[in-house]
Design a protein around this ligand. Structure first.
Ligand code: CDP
Ligand code: MG
Length: 186
């Protein structure tokens, strides 16, 4: 549930769809749901509205399948609220993948991520971090479930078409690294 944070449609009265209450009259547990960062599902459970960083990698931009990938993300209920096509310099890729420094694949990964244009996106939606990871599929396309982006478009373990943040902390860091606040336009 999003929109006007002061007016809330009560999920507990499905037969009274037009019933609204003043937010300030609600107990704390309900007030949590009012936050524009939360939503309420059909069972009345509060669901987190999250943001996550998505990257469409050089193997995908090279094959002109950016649109096909975005269709998968949008179809999963993820909304693109910021987007830009860039070509990373080595320093950008090194900083972004700093967590993998020392791994045997780090240098090749940096070379790959700077080998062509990439599309950076902030995605927003209910449980966006996990949902994006589910739509992406396992890191290695051969292990990914049928219907996932990596299964259907990934070339190999390295050239696996997409990146997605793996936790709330990582999402915050990655979004801040890739976008200015003013570039996140909703
Ligand atoms: O991207 P994801 O979070 O699923 O996997 P990761 O373990 O964080 O690795 C980051 C990226 O490094 C992967 O998406 C692959 O592109 C690459 N990688 C690789 O080339 N070789 C590996 N053994 C592991 C990862
Ligand atoms: Mg990762």
């Amino acid at each position: 549930m999003r929109g006007d944070p002061d007016r809330l449609r009560l999920p507990y009265f499905p037969d009274h769809a037009a019933l609204f209450v003043e937010a300030r009259a609600l107990p704390l547990s309900c007030a949590v749901a009012i936050s524009p960062r939360n939503s309420v599902d059909d069972q009345g459970t509060i669901v987190a509205i999250e943001r996550t960083l998505s990257i469409i990698k050089p193997d995908a931009t090279e094959r002109n399948i950016v649109g096909l990938i975005i269709v998968r993300l949008e179809s999963a209920g993820l909304q693109v609220i910021a987007q830009k096509r860039v070509r990373w310099k080595k320093k950008d890729a090194k900083k972004f993948y700093d967590v993998h420094k020392g791994q045997p694949f780090y240098k090749d990964l940096v070379n790959f991520m700077t080998s062509g244009p990439i599309v950076l996106q902030v995605l927003e939606g209910e449980n966006a971090i996990l949902r994006n990871r589910e739509v992406m599929g396992a890191t290695n396309p051969v292990d990914a479930l049928p219907g996932t982006i990596r299964k259907d478009f990934g070339v190999n373990l390295q050239r696996n078409s997409v990146h997605g943040s793996d936790s709330e902390k990582t999402a915050k860091r990655e979004i801040a690294l890739c976008f200015k606040k003013s570039e996140i336009v909703g």
